[in-house]
Design a protein around this ligand. Sequence first.
Ligand code: MRU
Length: 355
Amino acid sequence: MLPTIDWKDAAVVMIDQRKLPAAEVYVTCRTAAEVAKAIKTMVIRGAPAIGVAAAMGIALGMQRSTATGTKQFTTEFQRLCDLMAATRPTAVNLFWAIERMKRTFAAAAQGGCSVEELKQRLEAEARAIHDEDVRSCREMGAHGAALVPQDAKILTHCNAGALATAGYGTALGVIRAAAEQGKRVAVLADETRPFLQGARLTAWELVKDGIDTTVITDNMAGSMMRLGNVDLVVVGADRIAANGDVANKIGTYGVAVLAKEHGIPFYVAAPLSTIDLATPDGTRIPIEERNEREVTHVGSSRLTPEGAQIRNPAFDVTPAKYVTAIITERGIARPPYAESLLHLVRGDVPVAQEP
Ligand code: MRU
């Protein structure tokens, strides 16, 4: 399993995803501020991984607190939660993880825990969020593999792999699980401009696993579909609204529209922590606008002329009508999503399995 993020010797250690695949370098964060910076600057990225990092960052920061009384400790805790919440706006897993840390804190404080006990509870919760994410990915993979036929040609966008989670991956988890079941799969990885998560990270992970991988530029996807080179699409998600609209890496929407036009199933694999029932539809999902340098430059080389205006929305929203199914650790949701997602999150109805 790839080491995305780990808690080691009173520090949070993460592989630097900005340097892959050229170098496997690890970043050691010793303070909450360093973790927040790592999230902001994309040392670690991908919705579930961001959530895990934030939880670990809060726990780490609180361990370093010198507060002796719970009042001061509580003020510091709130400040760290706010610090993490300000890192990236789109992936709801970030806010979900912060909420979990807040609930843990409140329960422990109400139970009369000392500052030392509070520190231990926060670390335990951060570790639990990490471990649960790996388990969710494996369960998601098991459900999703049923949707993958033998000899499948699969297109994916961005990186929704082990690097984007605590391990194993969401969309790549589905692909891995299918391969582990003995199905032959061949993956087309969209390079995913401008940050190149597909070309750099997805290709790196899949090649390491010995999975047949071909990198294409984003503008090749339509032609590949028309030529019969894609049997299904599977992507991850940063936030899924209550009606099934899906925010994911910029370019996902175009892939989904193309898939529909070509009669190709378009699947989204995401843990329940990515489903945001408080957001009614995709128009309400905040879309992060990132630094224009990601578009104007590749490395230190400038591509665009000075004076041209630049846009860099990091995510787009795919309307639910383009989504064939949503694969979660609890099962597979089908349209109408307003009902199926609600039942899935509540866990009150048996969820659709594949015919
Ligand atoms: O900007 P990033 O690299 O954090 O964006 C990541 C994505 O869009 C992923 O597809 C998404 O987070 C799902 S990861 C399992």
